[in-house]
Design a protein around this ligand. Sequence first.
Ligand SMILES: Cc1ncc(COP(=O)(O)OP(=O)(O)O)c(N)n1
Ligand SMILES: Cc1ncsc1CCOP(=O)(O)O
Ligand SMILES: [Mg+2]
Length: 535
Amino acid sequence: MANSTLSSSVNKPIVWTIAGSDSGGGAGIQADLLTIHDLGCHPCSAITCLTAQSSVAVNLVEAVSPQMFQSQLDTLLHDLPPVAIKIGLLANQSQVVMLASWLKKRLAEYCKQAGIEVSVILDPVMFATCGDNLNSTLDFSPFKSLLTLITPNITELAALVDIKAKPALAMSGAESTLVDQADCVLAAELLSEQLNCHVLAKGGDLGPTWLRDCAQDIFVCREEKGISTLHQGRTFLLSGPRINSDNTHGSGCTLSSAIASVMGQGYVLHDAIVIAKAYVTAGIAASFQPGSGAGTLARTSWPSDLTLYPSISVLDSGPSLPGSIKFKPIVERLGLYPVVADLTLLHSLLEAGAKTIQLRIKDGLTDDIEQQICSAIQLGRDYKAKLFINDHWQLALKHGAYGIHLGQEDLYTADLTKIASADIALGVSSHSYFELLIAHQIAPSYIALGHIFPTTTKVMPSKPQGLNKLRQYVELLGSHYPLVAIGGIDESKLEAVKHTRVHDIAVVRALTQAEDPAGAFRMLTQKWETYDATE
Ligand SMILES: Cc1ncc(COP(=O)(O)OP(=O)(O)O)c(N)n1
Ligand SMILES: Cc1ncsc1CCOP(=O)(O)O
Ligand SMILES: [Mg+2]
């Protein structure tokens, strides 16, 4: 026991913060160290400057020497290399130039040698919460193509973006302030082009005309690995609950260091953003006021309360989801859920007792697809089973299937309103927190969580989720929907999957590659039903 505690702390991912010290303890390096630690990583710091700061004033800012700045970075890289870096307050332009060059040479060299990628999140701190100017004149263009994400608030966005390059924006009156949401979106998209990185423009402090009860951020996403192409090259609006509190000192620092900490643990950018936003919301809700000015965020560990998380909508001209829609609820357990491609196997698994089953025809789409779907639907009725049709939602609708299973991509093309009003159950795939939140917005009948383990059944853009994420997904949504784990699940994995408390599992090869699929179904079902979910 002592050993496992020791090794888990030794193995913590190392996340750096390159930022200024806030002597008041609410923001800067101090907030970052607390956040990185709270979210399960080991924090290291390279301090750019000292600030003589309280909750009401910033009285002095003093940069460290160039030698000290460089030496902190080199010293850390030698022994404590990062998996992710958060950059906060930079004290002067020469620090910007020096750091950009260090990222380009030293960090890139390290990444190449180690064969890894290090996420770099820049929070372009320009003003303290008390309103004092910390550094609003920096030119961040040396960071072009070196950052993963930049997280300006709306005031910083206006100061950063070169609006001369976008006449439409200048014409809409955006010389010094961004007036409305459309201005902010244009400016964020422009900044993303100018710095060649993703942009999260935070509306928490100042959301010009957007809703009073929401903290809305604009997420401009470029190309990104590990997530469906559907969620790349798009602009999203992330709307979280606005907590009525003045204790927001350090919220930007907390957000950016939380994003770095979550990315450092292997989560995709989209997930890191929604998790970090939920973390900040929870931190503000439990905030406190140690001085007479704005108070500071509490550290509330990994957010697992769904109400903290933002809803997601698209702001670009691409496809979007219908609002307020709800599908037929499934109250009984799904049971062990076979996903099969042919009718003979489907029939034999129903005969073996399958209560939920899916027809998933991918290869060799034949002329008789409609006939196969009709026969499957009829078999489902004969055996009083929940028969889902994958992909072919029009045919499933036409012939009154019990349910339809759709991937995230299909959600934007299928007629969801028609499916819901036909009282057909809907199962939706998900491969991340981000996709889970999107699925939750259309309240499907169940949500599939995949792929948990490596699979050869299908080429996936995402990495296997693993048991830890599965456990987190169950914590987040397990009381709202039936949750089904899928991907690489076989007899050897059953017990560990059961311990995550996921409700049920869907399998392909564990049955299709068995000599006796019906026998395998009975054996797996018996084991799945008898394993105890408690560890
Ligand atoms: C139960 C279950 N979960 C996930 C999937 C995958 O569906 P989808 O994302 O639509 O991918 P394809 O199956 O169409 O390749 C599923 N079919 N069933
Ligand atoms: C269709 C699908 N979606 C996510 S994983 C997967 C395939 C699961 O197949 P297997 O059980 O053989 O790994
Ligand atoms: Mg599909």
